[in-house]
Write a protein that binds this ligand. Structure first.
Ligand SMILES: [Zn+2]
Ligand SMILES: [Zn+2]
Length: 387
């Protein structure tokens, strides 16, 4: 039996917000703080993201299968040997996983404090005043930031792999390296996006008694077992058959939303101020408002303070413009801030009232597909606090 160990770094593509209390639930669930104040991402979280990435790929590759998008192998009461490819690798029921994922510790200690409005509302583009198209004055919350460029450790070990298992692991590692994976699962917001930089790989022959004894004694891989990660993965890909026609065919039924990334430059036509609530930011004393800034970590590990336009502010303005245009076209678009009666009363408020009634009368909750179906066009695209 052979064990393979892969080590590297997870590099954050965007800053992560670490809050406290109820406002942090959605944003920072991925990152946990130890008693001593240091941060880490639990191995179960990284492993969960790895599994979901692998499952979405296994779905349309010749020779691989996954139950992730239908009735699970466990629910189908499958016996060992009958399970799908991803259950064979990650385990199901009482069958153990062949993958162990270590906790990912934050390698650099820098965190920053930033004032952010209610994250959930800001992220959906709701926290923009519709008439002034500026951020509403509201209670600000302190958020700790783990800056973009921050690095977390990464280590997985896999053992007793079939060639199918090897394909899955290789696909997952390559997808992690692509930078399109996110700690928040499959989000399109870019929140929690990271990139894997694979640095070391080891091939450990556990059938070799000397190797086994050495490993048991030292618990660290010997340099003699080291392989180039890239070569190892490419070797595993050898017999993998990616059938393009099949991918085309299956794409129709693919359950994962497609992804599009557009990069553009904004030119500022007039003076612009995106105010930071932090008075301790650098700048001349006499200014009572400062531009928002954040800490970024350069590739060489040093850090710098940079000014930026928060994506949440841009999204809010984008959303409010969309609302206006849609209404001009005679299509209904709610005002997410309107919670009294009226034509543009927010979808969220309507669902809240409806759900209250439903719960009182029949003790049931609103179903997500019903909420999506009955939301206005703009909420369907940008989200609301009920989605
Ligand atoms: Zn399965
Ligand atoms: Zn709406």
């Amino acid at each position: 039996m052979k064990r393979y160990v892969f080590k590297g770094k997870l590099i954050l593509c965007k800053s992560l917000h670490i809050g406290s209390g109820e406002y942090s639930i959605r944003t920072d669930a991925a990152v946990v703080r130890r008693r001593d104040g240091s941060f880490y991402i639990p191995g179960t979280t990284v492993g969960g993201v790895f599994r979901s990435v692998v499952e979405s790929l296994a779905h349309y590759i010749e020779g691989l299968s996954t139950c992730a998008f239908g009735k699970s192998c466990f629910d189908q009461k499958k016996k060992p040997g009958e399970e799908c490819s991803t259950c064979a690798l990650f385990g199901f029921g009482s069958n153990a996983s062949k993958i162990t994922v270590e906790d990912s510790a934050l390698l650099n200690g820098i965190t920053d404090i930033e004032d952010i409005e209610d994250i959930e509302e800001v992220r959906d583009g709701v926290g923009i005043h519709r008439k002034a198209e500026a951020s509403r004055e509201k209670v600000k919350f302190d958020y700790e930031i783990i800056p973009a460029g921050s690095q977390f450790g990464f280590e997985i070990s896999v053992e007793n792999l079939t060639s199918q298992d090897k394909w899955l692991v290789a696909l997952g590692l390559n997808e992690f390296a692509s930078g399109f994976c996110s700690l928040g699962g499959r989000t399109t917001t870019g929140l929690g996006n990271f990139k894997l930089d694979l640095e070391e790989a080891y091939e450990i022959d556990l059938n070799n008694l000397e190797t086994l004894v050495q490993l048991l004694k030292t618990n660290t891989p010997d340099s003699a077992w080291e392989r180039t990660p890239h070569d190892l993965i490419n070797g595993w890909y050898k017999d993998l058959n990616i059938d393009v026609d099949k991918i085309r065919e299956r794409k129709e039924q693919w359950k994962i939303p497609n992804f599009c990334s557009i990069k553009l430059k904004l030119s500022i036509a007039e003076a612009l101020l995106v105010k930071s609530g932090d008075p301790s930011l650098p700048g001349p004393e006499e200014y009572d408002a400062r531009f928002v800034s954040t800490t970024r970590i350069r590739e060489d590990g040093s850090h710098e303070e940079v000014q930026f336009l928060p994506g949440s502010s841009l999204k809010g303005i984008f959303r409010s413009r969309c609302e206006k245009i849609i209404r001009t076209l005679g299509v209904m678009a709610c005002d997410p801030q309107e919670d009294s009666d009226g034509e543009v009363i927010s979808c969220a408020k309507q669902f809240k009232d409806l759900e209250k009634e439903l719960e009182k009368e029949r003790g049931v909750k609103l179903q997500p597909d019903k909420i999506y179906k009955d939301s206005c066009l703009v909420c369907k695209l940008f989200g609301s606090s009920y989605m």
